[in-house]
Design a protein around this ligand. Structure first.
Ligand code: PLP
Length: 428
């Protein structure tokens, strides 16, 4: 039947999508259980730098082609180690996307540094390097590009900016294990790269451990600093510290213990083993979805930078709604109509928009006694400070990331989008 005579489901017609929308790929739980059982039986449930934890670090290090790799308990502790490693402290500033995440930069905040937010590039939805460059001051200690949703920031520009101003670039690659920039795996591109391993596949981070983090670097000094900072009683810690300044440390380093739990790494190992398999399937899914959406009026697929090979496996496939192409139909109505057709559209918005958080709008006495980076001398952010981010936040929606959709599902989604955009006049 022609789309033009079909009644929209939201107006009482038949929904376009009848195929089961659930993920068909199944996590190999038995493989995880086998590794976990071996560790539990051997009593290897509190260790690092040896056994399975060390093997996993080596496997990830080789996978991304980096010199050094550490497995940690969370992505945010990996990031905190990186911040400390590049010398972050009170009075510093760091630049991070307002379309970002406090869970990424919390470590720097707690070290007394102030976040300086930057606008997204509307073409990619990722932090705009030109805007970042404008916000650099003598206090900028590091820049934190976040590869949100697995699309890759313009790393050539960030590396160039880092060199030009002598500022460290720390990548947050929590959403994009396995992605590549100019043929090089993310993890081996900038000064330090950090990854979260939170969640369970297929919906968790691309390499998922339940809870966990990873840090990779090609810089020996940064590696040693990360060891000192958070790897209390890691076997070989003292021997690994070659910088004479660190000879004062015994095996406790600075006292934090940020190491990953071995049982979490057993799960992560299975996840890393099948990462390339999942990437191949998810790339196929994403290409198919983006290709039919390119033809749909009112929907814009965000672009990628030419050297990027993203990994769209986490955070939803972000799409920009262009109301002008549908006579101003409000996004809420558009999304409701798609949902009624059976398309599992996610929440409207970009997820986190940091300058809109109350603590960055009002400040907060983080250390008590009016001390800390957000005290009374904090210059608050306000609505209107980031017009590009705010505009996108009001008209971005998402589809789920998937590894293996059911047969026929994507064709029905295509039909649903065509049905809504052909008959949108009935919604106005
Ligand atoms: C972009 C980003 N950075 C950092 C983190 C923090 O990772 P974790 O939850 O493992 O500490 C997350 C977690 O969701 C994240 O999405």
């Amino acid at each position: 039947m022609s789309q033009t005579v079909q009644k929209l489901a939201i107006l009482g017609g038949e929904p376009a999508v009848t195929v089961d929308a659930s993920e068909q790929w199944q996590r190999p739980v038995e493989e995880e259980m086998k590794l976990i059982r071996e560790l539990v039986e051997a009593g290897q449930i509190s260790m690092s730098g040896a056994g399975l934890p060390k093997e996993f670090e080596e496997q990830f290090r080789e996978y991304v082609g980096a010199e050094y790799c550490l497995a940690l308990d969370h992505g945010h502790t990996a990031l905190a180690s990186a911040f400390w490693a590049v010398g972050c402290g009170p009075g510093d500033e760091f630049i991070t996307p307002t379309v970002g995440y406090i869970g990424a930069f919390a470590g720097a905040l707690h070290m007394g540094a102030r976040p300086v937010f930057a606008e997204p590039d509307p073409a990619t939805l990722l932090m705009d390097p030109d805007d970042v460059e404008r916000r650099i001051t003598s206090r900028t200690r590091f820049i934190l590009p976040i590869h949100m949703g697995g699309n890759l920031c313009n790393m050539d520009r960030y590396l160039e900016i880092g060199q030009k101003y002598g500022i460290a670039i720390i990548e947050d690659a929590s959403h994009c294990h396995g992605a590549e920039w100019d043929g090089v795996k993310i993890g081996s591109v900038s000064d330090i790269t950090c990854f979260s391993m939170q969640g369970a596949n297929p919906t968790g981070k691309p390499v998922a451990a339940g809870e966990g983090g990873l840090l990779t670097t090609n810089n020996r000094e940064l590696y040693e600093r990360c060891l000192v900072y958070g790897h209390l009683h890691r076997p070989g810690l003292v021997e690994e510290l070659t910088n004479p300044a660190y000879k004062i440390f015994d095996a406790t380093g600075l006292g934090w213990k940020f190491r990953a739990h071995p049982l979490a790494l057993a799960i992560a190992k299975v996840s890393l083993d099948n990462l390339d398999y999942r990437i191949a399937l998810s790339d196929r899914y994403t290409a198919e979805v983006f290709s039919f959406l390119e033809e749909i009026p009112g929907v814009r697929v965000p672009g990628t930078y030419p050297k990027a090979k993203p990994n769209y496996m986490y955070g939803g496939l972000k799409l920009v709604y262009e109301p002008d192409e549908l006579a101003g139909l409000p996004i809420e109505r558009f999304v409701e109509a798609l949902k009624a057709e059976g398309v599992p559209v996610g929440r409207i918005g970009l997820g986190h928009v940091e300058h809109l958080r109350p603590i960055f709008q009002r400040g907060f006495d983080l250390w008590g006694h009016d001390r800390g980076p957000l005290g009374s001398d904090w210059q608050p952010y306000k609505m209107g400070d980031f017009p590009i981010a705010e505009d996108l936040h009001s008209r971005v929606f998402s589809l789920p990331n998937m590894v293996q959709p059911a047969e026929g599902l994507l064709e029905q989604w295509r039909i649903a989008f065509e049905k809504v955009t052909t008959n949108y006049g009935a919604l106005i």
